[in-house]
Ligand binder design. Structure first.
Ligand SMILES: [Zn+2]
Ligand SMILES: [Zn+2]
Length: 344
């Protein structure tokens, strides 16, 4: 009797487990954001640490499809509308908005009564460039922990956009171009949406920004007017012109055409002054596409999850904090990095 009741109470097998190729759902025989070649993977979004070439089949959200085709080339991609449930093996799978970049998805997997959710990268601050984060109830939550320290508390986007406008005006007085570095997928377009209708002249774009910006416009997202740097005559007066470039353009020969510049960086890491100084930036704008500490904690508690597995970043503060709330919390050592936020 005792043995029978003990086995009835035994915890069910994990629906999603960590393998050396990525997160794996054995009952559905698929991976999520696999980083080594596998036969079938769901992809939460187009950033390079989550979307890799070499997979047999890809599943992604409808709005992510054009981004994956751009980043991964010709692949076997199945696009799923948000909220639509499909059956894979013994599980039901659906994608839900993560609010991180255009098309970014959380993955909900249900096996019997057990509900698991992987947030992927997410944020909860409203963002006109992507679908709004959807809060999902679950038993086990796999969440990112990129900015999992209480010091990370984001200012509003409107606040940082006003700072950018003032900076551009300052650069105009100084006879300089305002060169803002931002990751070319997601962050750049969010900055352009924030600046729509606010600057006197079109924002100048580095070539790396072209394709992503086109995809966002094709998705119907209103962005500030832009012009490609390559299309502008070299004798143009760049004083007070805003330039958007990827972080790799910093200190490159490409910058010389603007003559005098001030440089700024848009990233959650810019909250810490040391990061701004280390990168030699005159300005840091605290614009992150990831949840801050409070958003992470709220998401965990509002999800109702009894168990949390944290990926990406440093979980030293988050795990003990969640444990103090009576939540079973542990770290998952995935290969996801923070390329979109990398300040180092
Ligand atoms: Zn990302
Ligand atoms: Zn990531």
């Amino acid at each position: 009797m005792l043995a029978a009741s003990a086995s009835a109470n035994a915890p069910p097998a994990d629906v999603i487990t960590l393998t050396d190729k990525g997160l794996y759902c054995a009952a559905g025989d698929f991976f999520i954001d696999a980083w080594k070649p596998v036969h079938r993977t769901l992809v939460t979004h187009g950033h390079s640490d989550h979307a890799h070439v070499g997979m047999g089949e890809y599943y992604c959200s409808t709005t992510s499809e054009s981004i994956l085709r751009w980043r991964l080339g010709e692949q076997n991609i199945h696009a799923l509308p948000f909220g639509q449930t499909i059956t894979m093996g013994e599980v039901q799978v659906s994608l839900h908005p993560a609010g991180h970049i255009l098309g970014s998805a959380q993955v909900r997997v249900q096996q019997g009564n057990a509900v698991w959710v992987f947030t992927g990268d997410f944020k909860r601050e409203p963002d006109p460039t992507c679908e709004a984060f959807e809060l999902l109830r679950c038993d086990t939550l796999i969440c990112e922990a990129t900015f999992a320290y209480p010091v990370y508390a984001w200012p509003t986007m409107a606040h940082e956009v006003e700072r950018i406008e003032r900076w551009v005006a300052h650069c105009k007085e100084q006879g300089k171009a305002a060169v803002l570095y931002a990751y070319s997928l997601g962050k750049a377009q969010r900055v352009l949406a924030g600046l729509a209708g606010k600057l006197d002249a079109p924002v100048l774009l580095h070539g790396a920004m072209a394709r992503g910006t086109d995809i966002y416009r094709q998705a119907g997202i209103a962005l500030a007017a832009t012009e490609m740097v390559a299309d502008v005559p070299t004798d143009t007066d760049f004083a007070g012109r805003m330039v958007l470039a990827p972080p790799s353009a910093q200190d490159s020969a490409w910058l010389k055409r603007f003559k005098q510049v001030e440089q700024g960086f848009a990233s959650g890491w810019m909250l810490l002054r040391g990061n701004r100084r280390r990168r030699n930036m005159q300005r840091g704008f605290v614009i992150s596409d990831h949840a801050d500490w409070q958003e992470l904690v709220d998401t965990v508690t509002e999800s109702g999850a009894q168990r949390v597995l944290a990926t990406h970043g440093n979980t030293d503060a988050l795990i003990p904090y969640l444990q103090s709330l009576g939540i079973q919390a542990e770290r998952l050592r995935t290969a996801y990095g923070d390329e979109e936020e990398a300040a180092e």
